[in-house]
Design a protein around this ligand. Sequence first.
Ligand code: ACO
Length: 337
Amino acid sequence: MSRAAVLCGLGGALPTTAVSNEELAGQLDTSDQWIRTRTGIRSRHVVAPGEATSDLAVAAGADALASARRTAPVADVDLVVLATSTPDRPCPATAPDVAHRLGLGPVPAFDVAAVCTGFVYALATASSMITAGVSERALVIGADTFSTILDPVDRTTRAIFGDGAGAVVLRAGEADEPGALLGFDLGSDGSGADLITVRAGGSRQRSTGGPADAGDHFFTMDGRPVFTQAVLNMSRSSQELMERVGWTPADLDKVVAHQANIRILHAVGEQLGLEEKQIVANLDRVGNTVAASIPLALRDAAADGELLPGHRVVLTGFGGGLTWGSAALVWPDLAAG
Ligand code: ACO
């Protein structure tokens, strides 16, 4: 049997402060009714002043490592991959600091930036490094604090995004074991780079931090075309991956898609011929947590008994870049974090 990366730990972390739709409606020209019916979101969590992405990443990483140790004695990980588009600082990467604070020693640690697809890209990266024999055990974290880059008066983004971190532990194993990552489908289309963007702060338009920026340091998203592209690409990517691993839609038990909008999840489910109960959704409680979205949805679905050992699962994400990606696995017997 061939060597594969096997999921053996799962965890997550949310900031303490939850912000309800009603609270947002007190600050912005929006309503609980609009947000609930157009997105399915009821509440999201936001970091406190001074709290950073690494703080959530460390908490989620520790939770996933504890879950892995409960399932089986696990030696320390030898690789940390952190998916984030809100690093603590533009330079250096946040992953080495996270590895250091988790006490993991001098392990390789780096960030992956693919916005809402970041976790799937990071999972594919770590899985490939395990399959290639470069790593034996990897900690893969998705963490973002989009509340730190949103325009405080932009109702179109503040209603949607929340902060959080989710993490998994992968170990080297065999491709026929439950939990083995069976395949990936990844893609990008840079012609849509302006649809989901922070204009300033990079080499193209350096941020001065002054009023001349005119809000260019805030995150912006053109929701309607992103909605269409999200449905199209998550459906197509899931279908192509299933063909590659030899599954038909009838074989599939659960889809864990990026939690951006309940209408997107239902449309993807429809494209794949799934019933509503096969679509994992936790966005009502956390909103769109960007790179944390898929691992947090996994954690909640595992804790709620929605994901059961033996379930055939496809993870699928879509985000800025534009980027998309999917992964397939048979759900293992995991102790939640
Ligand atoms: N409250 C009240 N009204 C609002 C709000 C709000 N929070 N937000 C937008 N509106 C208004 C708009 O201003 C607009 O008003 P107008 O017609 O007077 O101009 C109206 O509602 C309709 O706006 P749309 O943008 O067309 O609304 P839509 O139904 O498309 O919902 C949304 C917007 C929720 C953003 C949706 O387009 C969406 O979910 N898009 C996809 C998001 C996504 O998939 N993201 C994934 C990637 S994100 C990443 O990678 C970081």
